[in-house]
Write a protein that binds this ligand. Structure first.
Ligand code: ATP
Length: 236
C-alpha cells in the first residue's frame, strides 16, 4: 500500500548576493510502500537532504506535491498541511534524525529522551524506564546520561539524537546521514535499532553515503541523478 508519494517536486535556492539560483531538486517523482526501508544515495550536493527536509516541511518547495498517509488525517499533502497538522505529525508520526543534535540547552541526555517519550503521552515511569533502556542499548557512557549533550562528541550526540527519535516509534522515520560520524560498533547499534523499528512497522527513508550499510538494510535504493531519481536496484 502506498504510504508516501512525491509528484513533480522542485526545490530551488536563491543566492541573493550572487544573483544565482541553485536547482537542488528538479521534477522528482517517487513513491514508497508502508513498512519499506528505502535508501537514497548520490553525489554530494545532488539534493538528497533537500528531499528529506521537504518531506519534514523544513523546506517549502516551488512546485510539487508530497502526499503522506497519516494515521490521524488520512491522505495529506504535506506542502499544504496547516502548521497545526505539521506539529502533530512531527510529534507523533514523522521523525527526523540527522547527524546534528539540535535540542534544548541545559537539558541532560536522559531528560531529552524522557521528554521525547512523555511527548507521546506515556507516563513518567514509562519515560524513565524507556530512556534508560535506549541509552543503555546505544551504549552511551553512563557518566554522560546526566550531563548536557552540547559537549558530547559527534558520535555521542548522534546516539542521543537517534534515541530521541526512536522512542517515539514514528510511522515514518527520515534518516539524514545518521551514521556519518560513527565507528563500526556504534553503526551496528544504529543498525539494530533501525531493524527493530522496521520490524515494528516503521517506514524508513534514509540518506547514506555508506553503501554497504544501505545494501544490508534497505529494500530499495534510489540514486539521485541530475536532481532526480533513478532506481539503483533492489537490495533485498
Ligand atoms: N538552505 C539552503 N540554502 C541554499 N542552498 C542550499 C540550502 N540547502 C541546500 N542547498 C544547496 O542545494 C543543493 C543540494 O543540497 P543537499 O544538502 O540537498 O545535497 P545532498 O545531496 O544532501 O549533499 P551531501 O551529500 O553533501 O549532504 C546543494 O548545492 C546545496 O548547496
Amino acid at each position: 500500500m502506498t504510504f508516501l508519494k512525491i509528484e513533480g517536486l522542485k526545490k530551488n535556492f536563491q543566492i541573493v548576493h550572487l544573483n544565482q539560483t541553485i536547482h537542488a531538486v528538479q521534477q522528482l517523482d517517487f513513491s514508497m510502500e508502508q513498512g519499506e526501508f528505502v535508501g537514497i544515495t548520490g553525489k554530494s550536493g545532488s539534493g538528497k537532504s533537500t528531499i528529506l527536509k521537504s518531506i519534514y516541511r523544513t523546506y517549502l518547495p516551488e512546485a510539487g506535491r508530497i502526499y503522506f498517509d497519516s494515521e490521524k488525517y488520512g491522505w495529506l499533502d504535506l506542502q499544504k498541511a496547516s502548521e497545526r497538522e505539521i506539529i502533530y505529525l512531527r510529534k507523533y508520526e514523522i521523525g527526523y534524525v540527522s547527524q546534528f543534535l539540535n535540542v534544548m540547552p541545559r537539558t541532560t541526555a536522559r531528560q531529552l529522551v524522557e521528554q521525547s517519550v512523555l511527548a507521546t503521552g506515556r507516563s513518567l515511569i514509562e519515560a524513565q524506564k524507556e530512556a534508560e533502556k535506549v541509552l543503555s542499548h546505544f551504549e552511551l557512557d553512563r557518566k554522560l546520561w546526566d550531563t548536557y549533550p552540547n559537549t558530547f562528541s559527534g558520535g555521542e550526540k548522534l546516539r542521543v539524537n537517534i534515541a530521541i527519535a526512536a522512542v517515539k516509534k514514528p510511522r515514518l522515520l527520515l534518516l539524514d546521514e545518521p551514521t556519518a560520524s560513527l565507528d563500526q560498533q556504534s553503526k551496528q547499534k544504529v543498525k539494530e535499532v533501525i531493524q527493530k523499528l522496521k520490524e515494528s512497522g516503521t517506514t524508513l527513508l534514509g540518506v547514506f553515503h555508506d553503501i554497504e550499510f544501505m545494501d544490508e538494510l534497505c529494500d530499495h535504493i534510489f540514486e539521485m541523478s541530475q536532481q532526480s531519481f533513478k532506481r539503483a536496484g533492489a537490495a533485498l
